[in-house]
Design a protein around this ligand. Sequence first.
Ligand SMILES: [Zn+2]
Length: 318
Amino acid sequence: MQHPIIGHQQIIDQLQHTVASGRIAGAYLFVGPAGVGKETVAHYFAQLIFCQQETASPRVCGTCLACRKVDSGNHPDLQFIRPEGSLLKIGQIRALQRQVIYEPLEASRKIYILTDVDRMNPEAENCLLKTLEEPPAASVLILLTSNIQALLPTTRSRCQILQFHPMPTQELAEILVDQFSVVPKQATALAIAAGGSVGKALTQLENGDPLTEKVPEILRETDRLAAFRLAEDFKNNPETLGELVTWYRDLLFLQQGAPRELITHIYSVEELRTIVPYYSRLRIQQAIQTIFDTKSLLENTNTNATLALEVMCLKLLK
Ligand SMILES: [Zn+2]
């Protein structure tokens, strides 16, 4: 399913400008984390180049024959090349080289979108380099990667690079609520779990993941015996440790009267406000430090995890 473009306005403006000026490069490299929207924007770029609707400024009409063919995956001048199994294979690159020399059939250009180009062995990448060095005039290669470091410097230097950034989690949470009718309690949890990546959040949603946001118990727990049970929870879900920091940070921000944009768990803000009075600024700062120390201990040493987490929880419950 083709997702709508969310965010990336600067990149969209740049691509529209490129098409308007007619100075479309032979090769682009879209760089950014998985699910951030690289493929959606590449798809949009193809439509922008192909769209037959005459307008003063380039845009995608979505209704002309070319736009509809792109949407249905049937445009003869657009091809997606994805890894077969775990790799983009040299055979796939050779097939591309055989086709790319021919004139486009319907549009002004032939567009090839290569996903996960970091998953090429050196042989395949060197083969691709030949096309990047001498791209046929009527072709556009759009390479997508979440790991630019895995590419040869020569590959990178042959492409125009566009950097895609994940969205701040709060902004993504609000979009999930406003545009996708996600329940607020679920939105922030989804946005955090997706690391600000729209595609990941939507995929999780489509898969019916019941991720919901709950204010961590440890923030309001007063019984010190609870430390052992909570430590066990953290041991079973180590990823929640990083998220725990964001809750204490919100407490700190609320206490300091920080602006709304800084709050991560915006949909739990009323509940957090009821907790703030129980905390001094120093206690929150110490809590954040304690979590960081424990994380570092667990990640960098062979410490006994249960013990370290119990000590952490006891300190946090003080
Ligand atoms: Zn169109």
